[in-house]
Design a protein around this ligand. Structure first.
Ligand SMILES: *[C@@H]1O[C@H](CO)[C@@H](O)[C@H](O)[C@H]1NC(C)=O
Ligand SMILES: *[C@@H]1O[C@H](CO)[C@@H](O)[C@H](O)[C@H]1NC(C)=O
Ligand SMILES: *[C@@H]1O[C@H](CO)[C@@H](O)[C@H](O)[C@H]1NC(C)=O
Ligand SMILES: *[C@@H]1O[C@H](CO)[C@@H](O)[C@H](O)[C@H]1NC(C)=O
Ligand SMILES: *[C@@H]1O[C@H](CO)[C@@H](O)[C@H](O)[C@H]1NC(C)=O
Length: 172
């Protein structure tokens, strides 16, 4: 095959490859439903729930509840410990709230309608993600190691296969 004929195809493959990498990295965000099928209600130990999850930057935390009874406030540590909303940096009340966890830090959420002393408080630690290009390179060069969380979570084998295919194509 001549170089001039292969070039547009090569561009197409590279573009698809990059798109796939981008999509895989984007789609891998997890929605953590607070309390799973028990939702946001009194009498549940949400520490047990949050200890059982791993949160990464870009994930969502979502609260499902009766909007006539409860709501959600993001507060600081003091607000979480004392069930006060003076420190509120955000509040939600739709009954089905999706809140993006955009920073690597500890977040605190409580119910602002009196449910907090009955256990309606949750604190989660959000971990940083290694950047996708680094993970992609790591995944391509080492198929057996997947120590980094992003590699295990974000990068499936399809983009890696496309990457190898592209390298193969360039090689010939
Ligand atoms: C919830 O569970 C955690 C972890 O086992 C425990 O430390 C905490 O005391 C519990 N909270 C309540 C209110 O029972
Ligand atoms: C922890 O997660 C596992 C697997 O998703 C689930 O089976 C278990 O019920 C969870 N435990 C709690 C306390 O949420
Ligand atoms: C929070 O409650 C503790 C006691 O549980 C109290 O010592 C402290 O002053 C309270 N903090 C605020 C800001 O109200
Ligand atoms: C939380 O916010 C309240 C009110 O703004 C403030 O008094 C308190 O010191 C803050 N606590 C922390 C741990 O930052
Ligand atoms: C709830 O958030 C809105 C903005 O979204 C704000 O105007 C309002 O004061 C907040 N309510 C409380 C009680 O903090």
């Amino acid at each position: 095959m001549s170089a001039s004929a292969a070039s547009p195809l090569l561009h197409l493959i590279t573009t698809i490859n990059l798109l796939l990498l981008f999509l895989t990295a984007t789609v891998s965000a997890t929605d953590h439903i607070v309390g799973a099928n028990q939702g946001w209600n009194p009498g549940i130990n949400y520490t047990l729930w949050s200890n059982n999850q791993t949160f990464y930057v870009g994930d969502l935390i979502s609260f499902r509840y009766q909007k006539t009874q409860y709501n959600v406030f993001e507060v600081n540590k003091t607000g979480y410990e004392n069930c006060t909303i003076d420190s509120a940096v955000g509040n939600w009340s739709s009954g089905k709230d999706f809140i993006p966890l955009n920073k690597a830090k500890r977040y605190y959420f409580i119910c602002g309608t009196g449910g907090c002393p009955n256990g309606m408080k949750v604190s989660v630690i959000v971990h940083p993600l290694p950047s996708p290009p680094k993970s992609a390179i790591a995944a391509t060069h080492s198929s057996t190691k997947s120590a980094a969380p992003a590699v295990a979570r974000g990068i499936n084998s399809i983009p890696v296969l496309f990457g190898l295919f592209t390298l193969f194509w360039i090689g010939f």
